[in-house]
Ligand binder design. Structure first.
Ligand SMILES: [Zn+2]
Length: 134
């Protein structure tokens, strides 16, 4: 899988693909936020200095019945313009959610066709998470 395929298949804008690993029936993509999306989340200035960051594991759209995860490094930056120290915004995430916007849209579509329990199993989410999305 490439950066382009993840962009088009998973709607992962601003992701730089690194590698893929397969374990326990899950596919895990590893990536980082691309340099063009590394900017201040407050004033949107690109005049920033990287200062560490965090790893997060997110749920992606499944491929058939196979679950897909994204192991993402989210950099923390110091803004030279406004002085803010924050993590950069992740364009394909809503706040601190553990699933992508594309998966949330998929859940909304599926929930009109089948019971929430089936949607949860198919997407690898808990029933409560599916209910929160609706
Ligand atoms: Zn700033």
């Amino acid at each position: 899988m490439s950066t382009s395929q993840l962009y088009h298949n998973q709607d992962l804008r601003g992701l730089k693909y690194l590698r893929t690993s397969y374990a326990e029936g899950k596919t895990t993509y590893h990536g980082v936020i691309s340099d063009s999306y590394t900017k201040c989340s407050k004033c949107h200035s690109h005049n920033v200095v990287r200062s560490g960051g965090v790893f997060r594991t997110l749920r992606l759209l499944p491929t058939g019945t196979r679950l897909n995860l994204l192991h993402l490094f989210i950099p923390r930056v110091v803004c030279k313009k406004c002085g803010t120290i924050r993590q950069v915004n992740v364009p394909f995430l809503e706040g601190q959610k553990s699933y992508t916007r594309a998966l949330a849209r998929y859940v909304l579509c599926l929930s009109q066709l089948m019971p929430l329990t089936y949607v949860a199993v198919l997407c690898g989410l808990s029933w409560n998470t599916v209910k929160q999305i609706l």
